[in-house]
Design a protein around this ligand. Structure first.
Ligand code: NAP
Length: 248
C-alpha cells in the first residue's frame, strides 16, 4: 500500500452490519482511514471499534440516512473534523416488501428515501473535495433486483434501478475530475436482510444460482476494495453483478 493510499479516507453508509461492515473492515485492513456511518450509534460504533482493535483507523458517525437535513449536517461535520472524504460507499439500505396493492405510501417513501435519496444527499455533500483533489471513488451498492425486477419489491427495485441511473449519470458528470462512479449489484448475500427469508426460500434461491451457494459479505467487500483502488482508475459508469451467475 502506497503512502498516498494510506492517507485516503473512506466513508461507508450502513457500515454497522452486513455488507457495509465487511467493506469497512476490508478497507480498514487495506490501510484506509474508515468513517463508519449507520443508524444506531452502537452499530457503527462497534464496527469502528473492531477496525481499530485490528490495527486500522476508524471513527463512527451515526445518522439516519433517510433524513436529508441530518445527512447534510453530518457531511459538514465530517468534512470539518476529518478534512476530506476520498471514497464514498453508498451502501445503507432497507426493504419493505409487499405486493403493489398492499404497499403503503410509507413503505414506498421509506425505501426510496433510505436507498436512493441518501445516495444523492451523501454524494452531493461529499463529492466537492474530490473535485478539488481530482481523485475520487464513489461506489453505489445496488441489487440484481434493480436490473431484473422482483414481484413484491416494486419500491426496492425502483430505488435500486434509480441508483444505476444515478451511477451512470454521475460517472459522465465527474469523469473530467478523475472521479470514478460505479455500482455493485449483489445477488443473494447472507446478511440480516436475507436471514428473514427462511431456510426453504433460501434453498429455492440457491437452485437458481449457477455457483450453488448464497454470496458472502466478503464477496462484495472484495470487488469494492478493487474498485476503490488505483488499479481500477480506468473503470467508471459500470454495474458489477456479484451473484454467483444468477443474472447473465
Ligand atoms: P443489513 O444487514 O440489513 O444492514 C443494513 C445496514 O444499513 C445497517 O448497518 C443499518 O444500520 C444501515 N441502515 C439501514 N437503514 C438506515 C438508515 N435509515 N440510516 C442509517 N443507516 C441505515 O443489510 P445488507 O444485507 O448488508 O445490505 C446492504 C446493502 O446491500 C443494502 O443497500 C442492500 O439493499 C444491498 N443488497 C443486499 C443484498 C443481500 O442479499 N443482503 C442483495 C442485494 C443488495 P444499523 O446497523 O444502525 O441498523
Amino acid at each position: 500500500m502506497s503512502e498516498e493510499t494510506n492517507k485516503r479516507l473512506a466513508l461507508i453508509t450502513g457500515a454497522g452490519r452486513g455488507i457495509g461492515r465487511a467493506i469497512a473492515e476490508r478497507l480498514g485492513a487495506d490501510g484506509y482511514k474508515v468513517i463508519c456511518v449507520s443508524k444506531s450509534p452502537g452499530s457503527c460504533g462497534s464496527a469502528a471499534e473492531a477496525i481499530n482493535a485490528a490495527g486500522g483507523e476508524a471513527v463512527a458517525y451515526p445518522v439516519d440516512v433517510a433524513d436529508s437535513a441530518a445527512v447534510r449536517t453530518l457531511c459538514e461535520q465530517v468534512l470539518e473534523e476529518q478534512g476530506t472524504v476520498d471514497i464514498l460507499i453508498n451502501n445503507a439500505g432497507i426493504t419493505r416488501d409487499n405486493l403493489l396493492f398492499r404497499m403503503g405510501e410509507a413503505d414506498w417513501d421509506a425505501v426510496l428515501q433510505t436507498n436512493l435519496t441518501s445516495c444523492f444527499t451523501f454524494t452531493k455533500y461529499l463529492a466537492r473535495p474530490m473535485t478539488r483533489t481530482r481523485w475520487g471513488r464513489i461506489i453505489n451498492i445496488t441489487s440484481v433486483v434493480g436490473i431484473m425486477g422482483n414481484a413484491g419489491q416494486a419500491n426496492y427495485a425502483a430505488a435500486k434501478a434509480g441508483m444505476i441511473g444515478f451511477t451512470k449519470s454521475l460517472a459522465k458528470e465527474f469523469a473530467a475530475r478523475k472521479i470514478t462512479v460505479n455500482a455493485v449489484a449483489p445477488g443473494f448475500i447472507q446478511t440480516d436482510m436475507t436471514a428473514e427469508l427462511g431456510d426453504e426460500a433460501r434453498e429455492n434461491i440457491t437452485k437458481f444460482v449457477p455457483l450453488k451457494r448464497l454470496g458472502t459479505v466478503e464477496d462484495i467487500a472484495g470487488i469494492t476494495a478493487f474498485l476503490v483502488s488505483d488499479e481500477a482508475s480506468y473503470i467508471t459508469g459500470q454495474v458489477f453483478t456479484v451473484d454467483g451467475g444468477m443474472v447473465m
